[in-house]
Design a protein around this ligand. Structure first.
Ligand SMILES: Nc1ncnc2c1ncn2[C@@H]1O[C@H](COP(=O)(O)OP(=O)(O)O)[C@@H](O)[C@H]1O
Ligand SMILES: [Mg+2]
Length: 306
């Protein structure tokens, strides 16, 4: 009966992650068509969004709009107002996870381990207790845009001068030396489950924009070659974070494990990449779930809300 429902696959958008979003969207659309769903793909832009949501009668929208505008609660709010069901996290969880400062408060408030941090929203000279090396991140960006490793106060001043505005603020975090992992989650609430942990081994100093989007700049190992106990701990923390934030249908939690063996959560991605080569589909595959089944699993999780 689900196969007759009208599914709109929204991709594109106007964030810096537009290109990846188009790839995610086309892959998901093809998977739904192969599964015989009544799906239509739409490249969303600032110009067409109003007409599309007003003139179409989708039973459910499959959102693949990564980044600002599409992953931060904005488009979710629009669909919510029009009473259109959609895949993925709701307005609150999306907005929370897109905001790196609010995410820090959320982690701390839920006893979820995260690196020590400072918020930089005024003249950094006012404080002098920063620790280096540190990682600085703009409050509301993704894809490592604006993320930089700083070694001293001088680096911090130069960084802020180059960025040229401090209006939204920045997060300054202790640099954690160790290994980076990501853990995909599928489902909602008590039905949510963690996929095998994937290790990200960038060739650069950290998983920067170049390492993310240039072929061969990063090695991915899934399942991660780590002790069972550590893998289970990463899964457990990732699942706890996902559930506590109220995330739905699918998501991915990034973390770093320090050389001392401590786990630090970096962030929750509420609308992770869904190209056939993205992390989450790779993790699902390692668990024996093919791409098309993964897409259907996410859709069915959202259809329960109809
Ligand atoms: N505290 C940290 N210590 C070491 N590396 C970090 C730290 N925070 C972030 N990074 C590196 O920067 C990358 C991007 O940071 P992240 O917080 O995930 O922001 P984004 O939303 O841009 O992906 C991470 O994947 C990791 O490689
Ligand atoms: Mg990240």
């Amino acid at each position: 009966m689900y196969k007759t429902l009208k599914i709109g696959v929204f991709y594109g958008g106007w964030s810096s992650e537009r290109e990846v979003s188009v790839r995610s969207g086309k892959n998901v659309l093809n998977a739904l068509l192969r599964k015989n769903y009544n799906a239509t793909g739409i490249d969303i832009t600032r110009n067409n969004i109003k007409d599309i949501v007003c003139s179409h009668t989708f039973d459910t929208v499959f959102l693949l709009t990564h980044g600002k505008g599409g992953e931060d609660g904005t488009i979710q709010g629009l669909l919510e107002s029009l009473n259109i069901n959609y895949t993925g996290s709701d307005v609150t969880a999306s907005a929370l996870c897109m905001d790196k400062i609010l995410t820090k408060y959320f982690f701390s408030g839920n006893a979820l381990p995260t690196a020590p941090y400072h918020i930089i929203d005024s003249d950094p000279l006012e404080k002098n207790n920063y620790r280096f090396p540190a990682v600085i991140k703009p409050r509301r960006e993704g894809s490592s845009v604006g993320v930089s490793v700083l070694n001293n106060m001088n680096d911090l001043h130069n960084y802020l001068k180059e960025q040229n505005n401090c209006s939204e603020g920045y997060l300054l975090e202790d640099y954690i030396k160790g290994r980076e992992f990501t853990c995909g989650i599928i489902g909602t609430g008590n039905s949510a489950m963690a996929l095998p942990v994937l290790e990200i081994r960038p060739k650069n100093q950290f998983y920067d924009y170049e390492a993310k989007y240039t072929d061969g700049m990063t090695n991915f190992i899934v399942p991660a070659e780590i002790q069972h106990e550590l893998s289970n701990k990463i899964k457990e923390l990732s699942l706890n974070a996902y559930r506590a934030a109220g995330c739905r249908d699918f998501g991915r939690v990034d973390s770093i494990v320090s050389d001392e063996g401590d786990i630090y959560l970096l962030e929750i991605n509420t609308l992770p990449g869904m190209t056939n080569l993205s992390d989450l589909p790779m993790e699902a595959k390692a668990d024996g779930m093919c791409y098309d089944d993964l897409v259907e699993h996410i859709l069915l999780s959202a259809l329960k809300r109809l």
